[in-house]
Ligand binder design. Structure first.
Ligand code: HEC
Ligand code: HEC
Length: 152
C-alpha cells in the first residue's frame, strides 16, 4: 500500500514537472543541455592612468593588468613595486599609512595581515558593460553634501 502511494506521488510529481515549463534560467543560461556552454568573454584590462575615486575612503582601483601577480604567504608581487622600500624605483604609488595598522589600531613596521591580500579590496577595471546597473553617485555629487566645496 505504502509503495503504491509513493509510486503515485512520484508519477504526480513527474507530471507536474513535465507540464510546467521551467521559468528560471540556470547558470549555464538557456542553452540546451546537449550543446556546449559558451565560454564567457574575457575582458582584458588596458593600462591607464590612476582612476578617480568615487568617495574619500574608496580603495583605488588598479589601473594596470595584474595577470600572474602572485600573492601568497611567502610572496606578494604587489609589494615589489608598491612597498615603501620599492615605490620610488618603480614609480608606483606607495601603499597608504593606514595599511600598517592592525585591527587593534597598533602601528606596525610592515603591512598588517588584514591588508596583505591586496585584491580583497583593490580590483582592476575593464570596459565591460555592467551585469547589474548601478545608480551610485559620489557623496559630493549631491548639492546638499557640502555646499562650501566647489565641484564641476
Ligand atoms: C611592476 C610594478 C607594479 C606591480 C607588480 C604592481 N603595481 Fe600597482 N601600480 C604600479 C604603477 C607604476 C602604478 C601607477 C602609478 C601612476 O601612474 O601614477 C600603479 C598603480 C596602482 C594603483 C592605483 C593607485 C592610485 O592612486 O589610484 C593601485 C590600487 C595598484 N597599483 C594596486 C596594485 C596591486 C593590488 C598589485 C598586485 C596585485 C599591484 N598594484 C602590482 C606598479 C605596479
Ligand atoms: C581591507 C582593504 C584593503 C586591502 C587588503 C589593501 N588595501 Fe590598499 N587601500 C584600501 C583603502 C580603503 C585605501 C584608500 C584609503 C586609504 O588610504 O587607506 C587604499 C589605498 C591604497 C593605495 C593608495 C595610497 C595613496 O596614498 O593614495 C595604494 C597604492 C594601495 N592601497 C595599495 C595596496 C596594496 C599594494 C595592498 C596589498 C599589500 C593593499 N593596498 C591592500 C584598502 C585596502
Amino acid at each position: 500500500m505504502r509503495i503504491a502511494a509513493i509510486a503515485l506521488l512520484m508519477t504526480l510529481a513527474f507530471m507536474v514537472n513535465a507540464q510546467e515549463p521551467s521559468t528560471f534560467s540556470s547558470e549555464r543560461g538557456r542553452n540546451p543541455i546537449p550543446n556546449l556552454s559558451e565560454p564567457p568573454q574575457i575582458h582584458q584590462w588596458q593600462d591607464t592612468e590612476p582612476q578617480p575615486r568615487q568617495f574619500t575612503q574608496q580603495p583605488p582601483v588598479i589601473p594596470h593588468a595584474i595577470d600572474g601577480y602572485v600573492i601568497n604567504q611567502k610572496f606578494n608581487k604587489c609589494l615589489t613595486c608598491h612597498s615603501w622600500a620599492n615605490y620610488k624605483e618603480s614609480g608606483a604609488t606607495k601603499i597608504s599609512l593606514t595599511h600598517f595598522s592592525d585591527r587593534e589600531g597598533q602601528d606596525l613596521a610592515n603591512v598588517a595581515a588584514r591588508r596583505y591580500f591586496c585584491v580583497q579590496c583593490h580590483v582592476p577595471q575593464t570596459n565591460a558593460s555592467p551585469v547589474v546597473n548601478n545608480r551610485f553617485k559620489p557623496a559630493w555629487a549631491k548639492p546638499e553634501a557640502n555646499p562650501a566645496v566647489p565641484r564641476d
